[in-house]
Design a protein around this ligand. Structure first.
Ligand code: ZN
Length: 191
């Protein structure tokens, strides 16, 4: 616990619990607000929901501005307000890539994960690709589709980092990009 902001509510109504294993990425935010670029400076108040099939497993309150998300949710019954900074960098393959700043370690990341203790990056949460199958952290993740989603997000996170550290349009660069395309076409379209 700890390391993720205050639990003041600023007058927002608590949404349902975020105790399940949840992934937060900009693709998900974009699906909800229909484009971060169109968000007014004062922000949009909205709700972020997670589903397995048709079943909603979690729903949290979110204020979105172009540079910050503020999440409002219940964690183990406690009301939490967690501000999440957004940033962007120029891509070595053109355009701009937007990032989420991990609220615990300030690293730029693609995804934050919540396994029952607030949203933070995979390193802060101690998550690895293989541990998704076995780790006790995942006992709260009751269903296989969600574990698959976790594994995909963790893999993408690592691949994008590899792409950043690889020489533009080298053989290796193209190989990494292919692997990303195979995993997730949608997130590439967000650049
Ligand atoms: Zn972190």
């Amino acid at each position: 616990m700890g390391g993720y902001g205050s639990s003041r509510w600023h007058g927002y109504t608590p949404k349902t619990t975020a105790d399940s294993g949840l992934i937060l990425n900009l693709s998900k935010v974009n699906q909800t607000v229909r484009g971060l670029h169109t968000v007014p400076p004062k922000g949009i108040e909205t709700t972020l929901s997670w589903f397995i099939g048709d079943r909603q497993i979690a729903s949290i309150g979110m204020n979105v501005t172009p540079s910050r998300l503020t999440l409002h949710y219940l964690q183990s019954g406690n009301p939490i307000t967690q501000p999440i900074e957004l940033t962007s960098t120029a891509c070595n393959y053109g355009g701009v890539r937007r990032w989420i700043v991990c609220p615990t370690c300030n690293r730029r990341v693609l995804c934050l994960y919540n396994v029952g203790n607030g949203f933070a990056c995979r390193l802060c949460q101690g998550l690895t690709y293989t541990s998704c199958q076995t780790s006790h952290k995942y006992e709260t993740v009751a269903t296989l589709p969600l574990i698959r989603e976790f594994n995909k997000a963790l893999r993408l996170d690592k691949l994008y980092r590899k792409l950043e550290n690889t020489r533009y349009q080298s053989k290796r660069w193209n190989k990494v990009l292919d692997a990303i395309r195979k995993l997730d076409v949608e997130s590439l379209a967000l650049q």
